[in-house]
Design a binder for this molecule. Structure first.
Ligand code: F3S
Length: 76
């Protein structure tokens, strides 16, 4: 009995920035400001640690565009 919820079985995306590698290029923020943000220390930070699937492509694009490959995307 009860309502069956339709569970989404997609992997969740968890982007991370390695601050030892980030040089503050900022292209990640240009591509996906919903997830990445520059801070005063000139490094990018992840503001949305669990972006929805509608952002997957752009987070991946940002990771690909980062000149130092500082962005890694984990699946959980
Ligand atoms: Fe840093 Fe790469 Fe973004 S260098 S600011 S994580 S594009």
């Amino acid at each position: 009995m009860g309502v069956q919820s339709c569970s989404t079985r997609r992997n969740r995306m968890r982007p991370e920035i390695d601050h030892d590698v980030c040089i503050g290029d900022g292209i990640c923020v240009d591509i996906c400001p919903e997830v990445f943000e520059m801070h005063d220390d000139n490094l990018a930070y992840v503001t949305n640690a669990n972006p929805g699937s509608e952002l997957t492509d752009r987070v991946q694009e940002a990771a690909d565009a980062c000149p130092t490959s500082a962005i890694s995307i984990h699946e959980s």
